[in-house]
Design a protein around this ligand. Sequence first.
Ligand code: 5GP
Length: 202
Amino acid sequence: MRKGILFVISGPAGSGKGTVVKELISAHKEIALSVSATTRQPRPGEEHGVHYYFISRREFEQRIESGDILEYTTYRDNLYGTPLREVKKALDRGRDIILEIEVDGAMQVKRKIRRAVTIMLTPPDYKTLENRLRGRGTEKEEDIIWRLNRAKEEILLLPEYDYSVVNEDGKMKECADLIYNIIKAEHQKTKNTKRELIKKFI
Ligand code: 5GP
């Protein structure tokens, strides 16, 4: 059976990746979304096992030691990581899976799984990014500045990614559609089709 493809989607805070990925997954239920583990506290409305697996630092470290974490990073003093088992299960069943993770983790995945496809979602420009972060009205000034600086660092890693997608204001659906087109195109790459197709002729 054909294996699924692992897609990594990264994007700085303010790129709207959470909303875009949610739109993509709800329109294409055949695609799985990896649920990360984190040591950060749940925000209001976040559920264990749905948004994240909220676990203790001790448990996180044990899971790293037992090889159960595909990649992980520290983000604002908390650990975030991808549980390996669910990713493997989806791929073995021929199901595509999306990891919505930051750049450091994305680079680790790329090193470990060469077939992984990386997509960076960006806001159209710095001004829009700043407006979006300030417009949320949920973060303190100190946090906003931290995120803006972090966004600059993340965007500098864009050349390492396979694809870039710009998320214009009010174009969330178009953006999700574009990512879906990338997913479909990846399936048509000859490295993914050749074995099955040639076998039908020879
Ligand atoms: P938040 O706390 O806002 O949910 O997430 C903070 C950052 O961590 C976001 O950039 C998010 O994409 C990233 N993130 C979430 N899960 C993972 C993960 O499993 N691994 C890595 N490397 N980053 C993650």
